[in-house]
Design a protein around this ligand. Structure first.
Ligand code: PLP
Length: 359
C-alpha cells in the first residue's frame, strides 16, 4: 500500500527509484552486498559517487568552475558554517528575508558577521518576495543570502535574481531541481536532499571555485569547502546510502525530460491546486500570485475549527502530510518532483467534497 504523501520533508520519492532501491538492496549489481555495507573507498562506491556527480552536473547544467559537494549536517549545517567559509575578510552579509528559514540562517550568520537585512517581507507576514528594486544591498558585503523557496510560507523566487559582483548564496532546500535554473547566477547553492532529491543525511553544495580556499583559520576541516572538495567529499565517511539514492533520482530526472520536463509537470500540478483554491471561498492561500511556491502550497480553511476534521478525512482518503507547519497552522500540500498530477487531483477532489459537505 502506498499513500499519497504531501509531507514537506522528508518527502515522497519517485516510485521507480524506490523499486530500484528494493531490487538492489541486498546485492548491488552482483557485488554480493548492499550499498549500505560497502567501503566508500572501494571502486563500487566510487563509481556510484562519480556517476551521481556527473548526472547532477548534466541535469543542472553545472559549469566546470563549480565544485559539487555531498556533505552532511543538513541545510542547517550549511547556513551555520557558510559564513566561516565565505566571509573572506569582509565584515557583512546581506540577507533578503522571505520566511522563517532565511531568518534562521541570518541568526546563525550573526555569530560571525554584521547581518544587513537588505529586504524583508516580514511585515507582510512573508506573503511575497520584496521587489528587486527595493533591496538595499551593501556593495561591500561578502555575499547576499536568499531562500529560493520558503517551505513554511510557500513563497518562491520566480526567477534567479541578479546581485552583480556580490556573490549570491541560495538555500534551495525545497525547490532545487524542480525547474531549470541558472547556476552561473550563484556563488553557492545548498540544499538538504530530503525533499526533491533523496533520503535525508546528504546535503548538496554547488560552489564557485574562486569562493573557496579562504575559510577562517578556525574552521573545522569537515566544514571547510576547500578541504571537502580536495577530498571529493570523502574527508570522512560520507552518507553513502543517501548519496546512492540521490544518484538514482538524478538519473530519474534525466529519464523524465530533465529539468524542463520536471518543471512543466510541477507547474501543472501547482496550477491545478491554486486554480481550485482561487475559484472558491472555503479555502484560501495568502501569498501574492507571482511569488507563490510551486513546491509548498499552504492554505487555510474558512473555519479553522474544521481543521482536525479535514485532516481526519484526508487520512481516511489516504492523503497524508497535509498539516500546516506548527508556526503558521492551517494546511500545507507539498508538491515536490515525486508527487504525481494524479495525487494532486485526488487532493483537489477531496477538498471539493469536504467543502461541499461542510461549507
Ligand atoms: N531550509 C529550508 C528552506 C528548509 O525547508 C529546511 C527544512 O525543512 C531547512 C533549511 C532545514 O533543513 P535541514 O533539516 O536539512 O537542516
Amino acid at each position: 500500500k502506498r499513500i499519497v504523501n504531501f509531507s514537506a520533508g522528508p518527502a515522497t520519492l519517485p516510485f521507480e527509484v524506490l523499486q530500484q532501491v528494493q531490487a538492489e538492496l541486498l546485492d548491488w549489481q552482483g557485488c554480493g552486498m548492499s550499498v549500505m555495507e560497502m567501503s566508500h573507498r572501494d571502486k563500487e562506491f566510487m563509481s556510484i559517487a562519480q556517476a551521481a556527480e556527473a548526472d547532477l552536473r548534466e541535469v543542472a547544467g553545472i559549469q566546470a568552475n563549480y565544485k559539487v559537494l555531498f556533505m552532511q549536517g543538513g541545510a542547517t549545517g550549511q547556513f551555520s558554517f557558510i559564513p566561516m567559509n565565505l566571509l573572506r575578510g569582509k565584515q557583512g552579509i546581506d540577507f533578503v528575508l522571505t520566511g522563517d528559514w532565511g531568518k534562521k540562517a541570518a541568526k546563525e550568520a550573526a555569530r560571525y558577521a554584521k547581518v544587513n537585512v537588505a529586504a524583508s517581507s516580514e511585515t507582510d507576514k512573508f506573503a511575497n518576495v520584496p521587489a528587486r528594486a527595493s533591496w538595499k544591498l551593501d556593495p561591500g558585503a561578502a555575499y547576499v543570502h536568499i531562500t529560493s523557496n520558503e517551505t513554511i510560507h510557500g513563497v518562491e523566487f520566480a526567477a534567479d535574481p541578479d546581485t552583480g559582483a556580490v556573490p549570491l548564496v541560495a538555500d534551495m532546500s525545497s525547490n532545487i531541481l524542480s525547474r531549470p535554473f541558472d547556476v552561473s547566477k550563484y556563488g553557492l547553492i545548498y540544499a538538504g536532499a530530503q525533499k526533491n532529491i533523496g533520503p535525508s543525511g546528504v546535503t548538496i553544495v554547488i560552489v564557485r571555485d574562486d569562493l573557496i580556499g579562504q575559510a577562517a583559520a578556525n574552521t573545522p576541516g569537515i566544514f571547510d569547502y576547500k578541504q571537502m572538495a580536495d577530498n571529493e567529499s570523502m574527508l570522512n565517511t560520507p552518507p553513502c546510502f543517501a548519496w546512492y539514492v540521490s544518484g538514482l533520482v538524478f538519473k530519474w530526472i534525466k529519464d523524465n525530460g530533465g529539468l524542463k520536463g520536471v518543471g512543466e509537470r510541477n507547474a501543472a500540478k501547482a496550477a491545478l491546486l491554486y486554480d481550485y483554491i482561487d475559484s472558491q471561498d472555503f479555502y484560501r492561500n495568502p501569498v501574492a500570485k507571482a511569488d507563490r511556491s510551486r513546491m509548498n502550497v499552504p492554505f487555510t480553511l474558512a473555519n479553522p475549527e474544521l481543521d482536525a476534521e479535514f485532516l481526519k478525512g484526508a487520512k481516511a482518503a489516504e492523503l497524508s502530510g497535509l498539516k500546516g507547519h506548527r508556526s503558521v497552522g492551517g494546511m500545507r500540500a507539498s508538491l515536490y518532483n515525486a508527487m504525481t498530477l494524479e495525487g494532486v487531483r485526488q487532493l483537489v477532489d477531496y477538498m471539493k467534497e469536504f467543502a461541499r459537505i461542510r461549507a
